[in-house]
Design a protein around this ligand. Structure first.
Ligand SMILES: NC(=O)c1ccc[n+]([C@@H]2O[C@H](COP(=O)([O-])OP(=O)(O)OC[C@H]3O[C@@H](n4cnc5c(N)ncnc54)[C@H](O)[C@@H]3O)[C@@H](O)[C@H]2O)c1
Length: 314
């Protein structure tokens, strides 16, 4: 395998710390630029590894970014303000980091350089009758977060050497932990409080383990020529579950969990959809971690480690 030079912006985050680790493990050179907004030690295990370089800096530093992009084979731009609550608090910064920085990278990137970008699928389903979504379904996000991500996706697709993922709701343990994501959040509530409170319990979503997100990036690197110029949903086809189905599954593995339905609260993103992942599956990609195994993993982690002080995206 050819050792590639890969730049991961926001590589110390929930997805980035797992992706960077897996890329180093299979022998690539990885440079991460991150301000370490959350976990300061999520990449500590990589500092002794050959080919790993870390730069603590802001991606909005154009001069620095230009230098970093210059010699790379692949750019994985993850740095962002993530999630609707955080973006609503910092609208100017959100636009600068989530959209303007991507536009800047696209203005300096050579046609031969590759880009792999993760979008959220949270704008799916809105305005659709049967809520069935494939990659042709439009994303109509209502949050500022979703809008900046969709705007970035649109301009990235103009760069021919790019692959876009629309990720399902990610779950599972990573080196920088996010306890705000739905599965991670509900298992935490089950373990710590013994109770899961659900609003809009029949809203359906798709899910994917963070390790399989890293695997999808590696799959795209290996299959780039077949995949470029396209959007792919990435999720577990075995897990298009309503919140209530998810909570019942958690109850199965975290014994004693109570489920309480909250009547008068609404989902801010209106996430209610069934997602098809056939397009990437047809190319041979198969996720490896089931939702059940992810719940068991989280149950173990939350039962043995205290995440009370974990800094979250809100
Ligand atoms: N986690 C998911 O479910 C999910 C789903 C779809 C898409 N994504 C996308 O994946 C990317 C990573 O998400 P995540 O879940 O890992 O979030 P995260 O918040 O854990 O990671 C974001 C990282 O970006 C860094 N960062 C923020 N602003 C920066 C700046 N100005 N300069 C340098 N670094 C900066 C943060 O310090 C953090 O380490 C985002 O682009 C997000 O939109 C995530």
């Amino acid at each position: 395998m050819k050792r590639l030079n890969i730049l991961v912006t926001g590589g110390a985050g929930y997805l980035g710390s797992m992706i960077s680790t897996k890329l180093i493990e299979i022998g690539h050179n990885v440079t991460v630029i991150d301000i370490l907004e959350f976990n300061k030690t999520s990449l500590s295990h990589l500092f002794v590894k050959k080919g790993f370089k870390f730069i603590k800096a802001d991606v909005r530093n154009k001069k620095l970014l230009k230098n970093l992009v210059k010699k790379k084979d692949i750019i994985i731009p993850l740095a962002a303000l993530v999630g609707a609550p955080l973006c609503d608090k910092h609208p100017k910064k959100t636009k600068e980091i989530n959209f303007d920085t991507i536009r800047y990278i696209l203005s300096i990137i050579k046609p031969s350089q590759k880009m792999i970008y993760p979008n959220t699928n949270s704008g799916y389903g809105i305005g659709k009758k049967n809520n069935f979504c494939d990659e042709k379904s439009p994303l109509n996000p209502i949050s500022l977060y979703g809008k900046t991500k969709v705007d970035a996706e649109k301009i990235i697709l103009k760069h021919k050497n790019s692959v876009v993922f629309r990720l399902a709701t990610v779950f599972g343990y990573s080196f920088r932990m996010r306890t705000d994501l739905l599965v991670n959040f509900l298992v935490n509530k089950a373990v710590v409080d013994g109770e899961i409170k659900l609003f809009e319990p029949h809203f359906r979503r798709n899910y994917i383990h963070v390790l399989d997100v890293a695997n999808a990036f590696i799959f795209a690197i290996k299959n780039f020529s077949r995949m470029k110029g396209n959007i792919y949903n990435v999720g577990l086809s075995t897990a298009n579950l309503t919140k209530l189905e998810l909570a019942k599954l958690i109850k199965k593995y975290v014994s004693g969990t109570k489920i309480r339905i909250i009547k008068n609260r609404k989902d801010p993103d209106k996430r209610d959809y069934f997602v098809s992942n056939k397009k990437i599956e047809k190319l041979g990609f198969r996720p490896s971690v089931s939702i059940e195994d992810g719940i068991k993993e989280l149950n173990y982690i939350y039962s043995n480690f205290n995440f009370k002080k974990n800094k979250n995206n809100y």
